[in-house]
Design a protein. Structure first.
Length: 192
């Protein structure tokens, strides 16, 4: 019975990590371009964004990338909320068969929601490799004068707090569900 309560408590704790996980920035991305002509420089920021899971979904919908937005919404937000609701219902349900079926279902969909963490992790791994400054030197000739034109760009990306909260949510949620499911199996063995 203690494992069951511990599993439920860990799932509730995971929910408290879920909220900042979807609201805080998952990563920040900045890109700057600089052009130097004969010692005079002009610099411009091309991209400067901090994206959370929620803002990413909003931007995808605005850019008409509906399928990707829906997949992220379903796997990152809807499934975790549904899992928490189902675990809460199972915990307060007194009929052991229904409780076992609910927790088995939650355990099976929990593995699918982990897929989202791996996709986000791969995406962030690609983005968080800071690209060294790239420089291209061109020579301009106008009216017999030659000028050197240096064009450079630099991309920097950083993983944000939201990524860590969301990953912690997923891992704790899986652990809590596993403990809960294991407790139900032990209770079933005892009652036979």
């Amino acid at each position: 019975m203690i494992k069951k309560k511990l599993g439920f408590a860990i799932n509730l704790l995971a929910l408290f990590l879920f909220v900042p996980g979807i609201a805080l920035p998952m990563f920040s991305l900045s890109m700057e371009m600089t052009a130097n002509v004969s010692g005079t420089g002009l610099s411009s920021t091309i991209i400067d964004k901090e994206l959370s899971l929620i803002t990413t979904i909003q931007e995808l919908f605005q850019d008409d990338r509906i399928l990707v937005a829906l997949l992220i919404l379903i796997f990152s937000i809807c499934i975790p909320v549904i899992k928490t609701i189902l675990v809460t219902i199972a915990f307060w349900k007194r009929e052991q068969l229904i409780e076992k079926k609910i927790i088995s279902f939650v355990a099976s969909i929990g593995k699918w929601s982990m897929a989202d963490v791996f996709v986000i992790a791969i995406f962030l791994a690609v983005l968080s490799t800071n690209h060294a400054e790239t420089t291209d030197i061109q020579q301009l000739s106008m009216f017999g004068f030659k000028m050197n034109l240096h064009i450079s760009s630099e991309t920097l990306s950083v993983v944000g707090q939201g990524f860590y909260y969301f990953t912690a949510y997923c891992l704790l949620s899986l652990l809590g569900t596993h403990l809960y499911q294991h407790a139900l199996k032990e209770i079933e063995k005892i009652s036979k």
